[in-house]
Design a protein around this ligand. Structure first.
Ligand code: 13P
Ligand code: 13P
Ligand code: MG
Ligand code: MG
Ligand code: MG
Length: 365
């Protein structure tokens, strides 16, 4: 029997501005998911949040892209939106791009990362949830986890990892995909993955037996909506230990708070700060961008845990560095490279301003 983990997330309203979702919204989601557990659609679930995004971590036996599970998440977000409206929360229903569910939550606004696998005798899984950034934020850390021996010693010293991993990479602009094997095609993979706004890792699997290792929500809200409605604030599911990187190797890349795009109005580069869930409230300039990591053991499809993995003083210096980088980047104000480059500003609110300036522009000769 196989277990499916479905992590489906959406921002359906927050306090004050875009900083934090409201507990009443999480309670409403809890009500909806509890019924689904009772009726055995779900085996188990855990609800968390990162900033203004609610993350529904669900386990079940129905496989990926299951219509009932997707509809359940959609209904939970829809009901939470009603609560958000009644409280006049900010951005009530922000990420729900449609009025009616159409069979699959993909393309409707919420982000979705899923994987189905046969449980090992012991199966540690780490769920990462971000706020104020986009799916490409996971490119560097996932590459380090599964392809960089300076991060993951196991790639060199553990025979079960030594064969390497396949990276399924999506081109979110041209809607194409390609699978590249590491270490053999590492340079080719990096040629794509460095363009974080366009090429994003969707899945990673072990080369020796094609076993799923990682899955990322790759939905780009602004591309779907055709206008700026906030950032995607992605999630990722990563398996650890016994044939996969150790749990410590899975969280290690986040010790470097790399620059990601997002932050204020989804229009700025800033450091991705790893934080405990209780500190996942991006306030300064609506940021800096945050990531949380919840570790579980999967036991016959039940979620044992979580351990709040960045709630560790060993990440304090990473947070200090992120604060220092945030200070440095902020001093650029509206200038690149703090503000995103022009091509990425197409997916923000800037085109509206440029349109107003159109009449002022004259030919030079
Ligand atoms: P323990 O001896 O604490 O189980 O550690 C095993 C290990 O490999 C840690 O990476
Ligand atoms: P969210 O995508 O988290 O709602 O962020 C929107 C925004 O514009 C923050 O400044
Ligand atoms: Mg928001
Ligand atoms: Mg958000
Ligand atoms: Mg968002």
């Amino acid at each position: 029997m196989k277990t499916t983990i479905s992590v489906i997330k959406a921002d359906v309203g927050s306090i004050a501005g875009h900083a934090k979702t409201h507990v009443a919204l999480k309670n409403k989601c809890d009500e909806v998911l509890a019924k689904a557990k009772e009726s055995e659609l779900l085996v188990d679930y855990h609800i968390t949040s990162c900033g203004d995004d609610i993350d529904l971590i669900m386990t079940h036996r129905n496989g990926e892209e299951n219509e009932e599970v997707h509809e359940l998440a959609w209904n939970a977000f829809l009901e939470a939106t009603q609560v958000a409206k009644s409280l006049k929360l900010y951005g009530a229903g922000q990420d729900l791009l449609s009025d009616t569910f159409s069979g699959n939550i993909k393309g409707m606004g919420p982000g979705c990362a899923e994987m189905e696998f046969k449980e090992r005798p012991s199966d540690p899984v780490i769920i990462f949830c971000c706020d104020k950034t986009e799916p490409g934020a996971f490119n560097m850390p996932l590459f380090k986890m599964f392809a960089d021996p300076f991060n993951t010693a196991g790639l060199v010293i553990d025979p079960s990892l030594h064969g390497g991993y396949d990276f399924e990479i999506f081109d979110v602009i041209e809607h194409k995909k390609v699978t590249m094997s590491c270490p053999d095609e590492m340079y080719d993979a990096l040629a794509l993955l460095g363009s974080t706004g366009r090429y994003v890792i969707k899945h990673i699997s072990r080369r020796s037996d094609n076993e799923i290792a990682a899955s990322v929500s790759t939905e780009r809200l602004n591309l779907m909506a055709g206008q700026y409605i906030g950032k995607d604030d992605p999630v990722a599911v990563v398996r650890a230990q016994s044939g996969f990187p150790a749990a410590g190797e899975v969280v290690e890349p986040f010790a470097f708070p790399h620059l990601v795009s997002g932050w204020m109005r989804g229009s700025h580069n800033g450091p991705l700060m790893p934080v405990a869930q209780r500190n996942a409230n991006p306030v300064r300039f609506d940021g800096p961008p945050r990531v949380i990591a919840l570790g579980f053991q999967i036991n016959n499809s039940e979620l044992v845990g979580p351990l709040d993995m960045f709630d560790d003083p060993a990440f304090d210096r990473s947070r200090d560095l992120a604060s220092e980088v945030a200070e440095y980047m902020r001093r650029h104000g509206p200038f690149e490279p703090h503000r995103l480059p022009a091509d990425e500003m197409e997916y923000t609110s800037l085109p509206g301003v440029l349109k107003m300036l159109e009449d002022r522009m004259e030919d030079m000769d």
